[in-house]
Write a protein of this length. Structure first.
Length: 282
């Protein structure tokens, strides 16, 4: 029995059909995201195998619902844990045409306790459905690190079933066709100190994060080589006790010639000594 949180994908390369064997409507992996068509009167979905449990586990992901694109009725992205019984499920439905998000725990396609907060693409960028200690939690985060509970409910009995699946589906009733996108399924971008796995089934390798390209410096004064070292010129020591010894640096032998211009330096018998010049990494 696999925990739902062990279903991981960051969608680099081609879509992994082994992770999403029950998909339909031609979803694909494009540009490091899962892309799900959102067409008028059509349904397309990315669906996992029916082999997971939600008890003591969760799913989380970065959601990019379809833009309304002229729709006034429905342009939706559903993120649901499905059971073996049709219409019995739990999760989120984002409808950008209505500017709202539904938080559902349905039986027979109905939920009298459903909640509909206004959809905020920043505050609700990341979504998580989590079961813990007999409570089911609907949560949102702008950064996959700081989470806010949007709804809670007693855990349904089916959360312990071993045949659950994750569905991400998009559809619209009007407006122009476009797409919904998903990224980082169960792979938050924040770094977390990992403890020991609670069970052997929960232990898994840490997946690599996507490469982020560095942009141009906003001004020439701020641009600098990544490997350059900064040379710091030290001033005079305030006391003799704090004056360091100047280390001899290896350098080619040179023949000094008398200077014909400029002041002549004479030794000082009373002034402070100079501390050594230090080179530190940039």
């Amino acid at each position: 029995m696999a925990l739902l949180e062990t279903l991981e994908d960051h969608f680099t390369g081609a879509l992994d059909s082994a992770r999403w064997p029950n998909s339909y409507g031609d979803p694909a992996a494009v540009g490091g995201r899962a892309r799900i068509p959102c067409t008028v009167g059509g349904f397309a979905g990315l669906r996992s195998a029916t082999s997971y449990t939600l008890a003591g586990s969760h799913f989380l992901l970065r959601a990019y619902p379809p833009t309304a694109n002229g729709a006034v009725s429905t342009a939706a992205l559903s993120l649901l844990v499905l059971t073996g019984t049709g219409g019995t499920d739990a999760g989120f439905i984002i409808d950008t045409a209505q500017g709202a998000m539904g938080l559902y725990l349905r039986e027979g396609y109905a939920d009298g306790g459903a909640q509909f907060p206004p959809y905020d693409p920043v505050a609700h960028a990341w979504l998580r459905l989590r079961e813990t200690g007999g409570t089911l939690l609907w949560e949102a985060s702008p950064d996959s690190s700081n989470w806010t509970v949007l709804r809670n409910a007693p855990t349904p009995a089916w959360a312990s079933d071993a045949n659950l699946s994750l569905l991400m589906e998009s559809t619209r009733t009007d407006g122009s066709d476009n797409v919904a996108e998903i990224d980082n399924v169960n792979l938050p971008t924040s770094l977390v100190l990992l403890g020991a796995a609670r069970t052997a089934a929960a232990a898994r390798p840490v997946a690599g994060q996507k490469t982020v390209a560095l942009g141009a410096a906003p001004s020439t004064i701020r641009a600098r080589p990544l490997s350059a070292a900064h040379v710091v010129q030290l001033g005079a020591a305030r006391t003799r006790a704090r004056a360091g010894t100047i280390a001899r640096l290896p350098r080619p032998a040179r023949t000094l010639t008398p200077s014909t211009a400029g002041p002549t330096l004479t030794p000082s018998t009373t002034g402070p000594r100079l501390a050594a010049t230090s080179t530190t990494g940039g």
